[in-house]
Design a protein around this ligand. Structure first.
Ligand code: 3AM
Length: 182
């Protein structure tokens, strides 16, 4: 499609959590478990926007900039396999209210601007493998990675040289701004 970008809002993994996830994955899955998501691409999606024109991107970014909510904490303490999509994921057993609120707000803004949103409820997750093998066993989630979220990010999904790369385009801090700061 001409002049569009494939975009999504997501949360970045802190470097130390990213490293620990990749180490845990290497220690707990066989080489043929599936197509591993590259360390630098690990993220937690908030809202998928699809192919977006520059004009729509601008409108969505303006709306994103008006979101006023405090930061929150994410605890990754669960892992699983979605059999239908063949995705191995990590996620929170109990998602914080702030996370759900932020994702729902971005999803609603996207839907109002014509970006199709799945009717499925939001399931916060970090994708570890795609095309998971039919035989992959999910190890016990013997981890508990916790981090504070103080910003969210608009990413572009770029496919080049046979690889997908997620490129951060813009970031918004979380926190309630006073009228003086605006
Ligand atoms: O890795 P996750 O699942 O968090 O699955 C895709 C990935 O998120 C999701 O957008 C993120 C960046 O590619 N995605 C891709 N196509 C999608 C679609 N049609 C989609 N999410 C919903 N609908």
């Amino acid at each position: 499609m001409a002049d569009t970008r494939r975009l999504f809002f997501a949360l970045e993994m802190p470097d130390d959590v990213q490293r620990q996830i990749v180490q845990w994955r290497a220690e707990n899955f066989p080489d043929d478990a599936g197509r591993p998501v590259a360390a630098a691409n690990l993220h937690l999606t908030l809202a998928f926007l699809g192919e977006v024109s520059a004009e729509k991107q601008k409108a969505l970014c303006q709306l994103a900039g008006r979101i006023q909510q405090q930061g929150f904490t994410i605890t990754l303490d669960d892992a699983g396999l979605w059999a239908r999509s063949r995705v191995v994921w990590l996620g929170p057993r109990h998602a914080s209210l702030g996370l759900i609120q932020l994702a729902n707000m971005l999803r609603a803004q996207a839907a109002r601007n014509g970006c199709y949103q799945s009717p499925q409820p939001y399931h916060p997750h970090v994708t570890l493998y795609r095309n998971a093998s039919q035989t992959v066993a999910i190890p016990q989630p013997n981890f508990r990675w916790q981090f504070k979220v103080e910003e969210f990010v608009l990413y572009e999904s770029v496919f080049e040289k046979g690889r997908t790369r997620y490129r951060p385009l813009q970031r918004w801090p979380l926190g309630i701004r006073t009228s003086k700061e605006e």
